[in-house]
Structures are given as C-alpha cells and as structure tokens.
Design a protein around this ligand. Structure first.
Ligand SMILES: [Zn+2]
Length: 554
C-alpha cells in the first residue's frame, strides 16, 4: 500500500548519471563535513544519521500534496464565497424584460455581486512542495528491510489519506465556486446581451422611421410649394389684367368727359350754322340778316364768356384721373407684394414644420443614446463585478494548487508514498547543531564540501522548515532530539569499521589523500565513545554515562 522512497545523503556522478553513495562513504563524508563546518575550538559531540519523513499523497491523477509526517503544524487557507448568486439569478429572471430595466437590475445585483463571505480552513501537516520537486530526480525506492532513524512519525498513513481527502474536498469546492461564478457571468452576459440587441434594433428602426418621415415631408413640401408658386403666378397675372382693365376704364371715362367739351363747342357751331341758314333765307332783307347776326353775336358773346368753364372741368377730370391712376398703381403693387409675401409665409411655415420634425427626431435619438449610455455603464459595472469574483475564485484555487506537486516530478510515486530524506545532524559542544543535507560528492576534495548541493532551493527550504519547527513545535523538538541521540554514530559499535571502509573508498577515488585519512581517524577517535554531555569515556553499548548519568540510548 505505502511505497517507501528515500533521498540518500550522498550521491556520486558517474558519467552523465548520478548514483547514491554507500552508507560507509556517507559516514566518512558526513564526518569530514561536520569537522570542516564546526566553529573555532568547538567539539563535535554527536554525529547522527537522521531521516525526515514526508508523506506524498496523490489528490488526483496528476497532482499530489506533501505532508510533513513529523510535525503537527497546520496550513491555513482563506476563501471567499458569493452568497447572493441565487438571488442574482432570480432578479435577472424576474426583473429583466427590456433594456431599460438593465440599470435598475444592475444596481440591484451590484451589492450581491460585491458581497462575499470569507472563511478559512486549514490542513494539518501540509508542507510547501516546491523543495521536494527540486530533488525529484534523486529519489530512489527504499530497501524494504531498511530501518531509517526517523524523526518520529506523528501522522500515520490513515491520517495522510484523511488530509488528502480534506484537500480534495477543499479544492473541489474552490473549483465549484469558479464554475458557478462563471455560469453566473455567462447568464448575466447573455441576458444583458439579448436586451441590448433589442435596444439597438429599436434605435435603428426609430432612426430609419424618423429619416423617412422627414424625407416624405420634404417631398410633400416641395410639391406644395410648386403648387403655391403656380397659384401666385396666376394671381399676379390676374392682378396685372385687372389693373390694365382698370386703366382702360379710367381712360374711357376720361374720354366720355371730353364729350361735354365737344358738346359746348358743337352747340356754338350749331347756333352759328342756324344763323347762317337764317341769314341765307333773308335774301334781300339785309336788315333782317344783320339783325340775325347781331342776335348771334350777342348770344355768342355771352356763351364765349363762359368758355373757361368746360376747360376747368376738364382740368379737374384730368387731375382726378391722375389721382385714380396713382391709387390703382399703388394698390396693384401692394397686391403683388401681398401675393409674394403670402407665398413666402407658406414656405416658411412648411420649413418650420420640417425643422420641428427633425428636432423631434434628434431629441428622440439623443434620448435613446443617453439610455444606451446608461445601459452600457450599468452592464460594464455588473460585468466588472462578476469578473472580479471569477478572478478571485480562480486566484484562490491557484493559491491552493501552489501547494501541490506534479505526480511526474518524482519517479515511482505511488498513490501513497513515504519519502525519507536522509541527513546527518552534527551537534557541537557549544549547543549548536548543523543539519547536513543531501549533496553530491565533490570531484576533488571532501574538505571543501558545501558547494555541491543537489538544489539550493531544496537546501534552504528543508533547513528553514526544520529550524522553524524546532522553534515552534515542542514535541517536534523532542522527537528531533531523540532521533539525534538514537542515531549518534559516535556511540555506535559498528561505526568505526564503517568509517574506515568509507575512507578507504574515498582514497581509491583519489578524493582523499592518505594523510587526510589519518587526520579524520584522529578526529574520530577524539570524539567517539565519549558522553555528549560531559565528554567522559563511555563503554560501548552503555545506556547511561557513568559520570554524569546522561541517557545515551533511547
Ligand atoms: Zn557524561
């Protein structure tokens, strides 16, 4: 069920491949490293082989989470939830029947889209997985008989599976929140979109209708004005004809007036003619003839005295005619002007009506534009809010997924894997300790060890994580102390033989010189078999220091 993998303490390069080193070489390298990294005048009091166990559990076919099997820490996650989603759906379903409803609907759903409930949830033992990812290539299957000296496991496989279940549930619900927000986003977009399309169509229709109405009015006006212009021309013709007739009548009248003048002189001529006729009949009666003439002369004298009168009459008639002609001319001109101005008034009236229609149309278009602007502003506000929700939920999900590892980043990963990270812990008599993390065997000299890490990220992360737990988790600190004591090679019976084998191997590889070996063996004999507390020599396999009473094995 549980697959056991481990990360060896030391690796060697063989061509392009990297292989784990043997236990004896590991010990020799750990001693050299512990010695080279100790403070001045410090003394090594413990050199322990310690394994740090991690659970790697698959949460999906592609992802796993990493759990620190020894710690009891909890990782907290914060999530938000949109409580008003169903209310938003209800409002859109019931309150949105036309585009003009959008601003009101948007302001109703706005607070619902913006308000979120926050909640937090935590998962025990969850470890940041990136440092494990960094050493995936170095991990190997463990020997089934191996018994690594682990910092005590405090969450077993059942607990690890339970954590996985919790993680899966949390990530499922985070995913569901994204899906439901996206569904809501789609619903809002579609419903708003349908109404704005209708509004757009109405606006276009309204504009087309308005344009058509104005065009028809202009056409009708053109015809009307042509008709009126024709009527005006007729009227002007009539006026001209009437004026001419008027003048003719006045001339005729004037001509009749001159009859009187003619009558006056005709009567004189008749009287003269009558006298001539009478005188002609007198024949011998000369006196009678003279008498007729004398009567005529005296009559003519009286009549001729009145000759000025008919001329004066004619002068008056002439003046009257001139006056009437002037009046008729004035009336004719004013009638003409009236006809012209009547037409202009009609034309202006038509133009005014067209302008009024056009203004009305523009006003309506402006109103529709304002409505559209309002609707669009409302739409973008709603869409921004729901977009923000979706992005937040996605971010929350991504934050959670940052705590997962790709299953293929470690070879041979099983659904439930226990990974042991093998280290050495060096303890010094100044109470300090150093965790010697897995590394590559240097190609030249062991004494400059430190630069050949497997991964700087892994190194820094695992050291920081151990330091952090030692500070914050008392029971972890105790487990760590017990593991250091139990795995202390300086008190282990078989350790010296192992060390010698390792040193010989390093000599063969020309990584150590003969005098390096002498020096390291001297160091070993100075530290091994001594009580870590008081430095007194202790017998191999002793349970307590005989001098200070310190417990030496678990
Ligand atoms: Zn002691």
């Amino acid at each position: 069920m549980v697959r056991n993998l481990h990360l060896n303490f030391l690796f060697k390069k063989e061509g392009t491949r990297v292989e784990p080193e043997s236990e004896s070489v590991c010990l020799a390298a750990a001693l050299a490293s512990a010695e080279s990294q100790k403070g001045r005048n410090a003394r090594i009091v413990g050199l322990s082989s310690v394994s740090f166990p991690f659970w790697i559990v698959q949460t999906s076919p592609t992802k796993s989470i990493v759990l620190n099997a020894s710690s009891s820490g909890r990782k907290e996650f914060h999530f938000t939830e949109m409580k008003g989603a169903s209310e938003v759906r209800r409002i859109i379903g019931s309150d949105l029947s036309q585009a003009t409803d959008i601003p009101k609907v948007a302001s109703k759903i706005q607070p619902l889209l913006e308000s979120v409930d926050s909640h937090k949830t935590d998962i025990a033992n969850l470890a940041e997985p990136s440092f494990i990812r960094a050493i995936g290539n170095f991990v190997r299957a463990s020997d089934p008989t191996a018994k690594p000296n682990r910092v005590e496991i405090r969450s077993d496989s059942a607990a690890a599976l339970k954590r996985t279940e919790e993680f899966r549930k949390i990530s499922e619900s985070a995913k569901l929140r994204i899906e439901s927000a996206e569904t809501l986003q789609k619903l809002i977009k579609e419903n708003y979109g349908a109404q704005t399309t209708i509004l757009e169509n109405i606006t276009n229709l309204e504009r087309d209708r308005g344009n058509e109405r104005v065009r028809m009015m202009e056409e009708r006006t053109r015809q009307e004005i042509a008709k009126l212009t024709k009527a005006k021309e007729n009227k002007l013709y009539d006026l001209r004809e009437k004026h001419k007739m008027n003048l003719r009548a006045m001339t005729a009248d004037f001509s009749r007036a001159i009859n009187d003048l003619e009558q006056f002189f005709t009567e004189i001529v008749d009287e003269i003619r009558k006298a001539r006729s009478q005188i002609g009949q007198k024949e011998t009666d000369t006196e009678g003839a003279i008498s007729v003439y004398s009567n005529l002369a005296s009559s003519l004298k009286g009549t001729l005295a009145n000759t000025q009168q008919p001329l004066d009459m004619m002068e008056m008639k002439k003046a009257g005619l001139e006056k009437r002609v002037a009046e008729a001319q004035t009336r004719f001109e004013s009638d003409q002007m009236e006809a012209e101005s009547l037409l202009q008034t009609e034309i202006q009236e038509h133009q005014r009506r067209i302008d009024a229609s056009r203004n009305e149309m523009e006003l309506k278009a402006k109103e529709l534009d304002e409505l559209k602007a309002q609707v669009n502003a409302a739409i973008s506000k709603s869409e921004q809010s729901i977009e923000k929700r979706v992005l937040e939920f996605q971010q929350e999900f991504l934050n959670l997924m940052n705590w997962t590892l790709d299953n293929n980043s470690i070879r041979d990963l099983a659904p439930l894997t226990l990974l042991d990270i093998h280290t050495y812990v060096a303890k010094y008599d100044d109470k300090s300790h150093r965790v010697l993390t897995p590394c590559l065997l240097p190609e030249e000299s062991l004494l400059t060890m430190g630069g050949d890490t497997l991964s700087k990220e892994f190194d820094a992360a695992i050291k920081a994580s151990i330091d952090d737990l030692l500070r914050s988790d008392q029971s972890y600190k105790e487990s760590f102390g017990r593991a250091c004591m139990k795995g202390n090679m300086l008190l282990a019976a078989e350790a010296e033989q192992l060390l010698v084998q390792g040193l010989e191997e390093l000599l063969r590889k020309r990584i150590l010189q003969r005098d390096d070996i002498e020096r390291l063996l001297t160091v070993w004999s100075r530290y091994s078999g001594k009580c870590p507390k008081c430095g007194a020599v202790v017998e191999a396999g002793a349970q307590f220091c005989q001098k200070c009473g310190m417990e030496l094995t678990e």
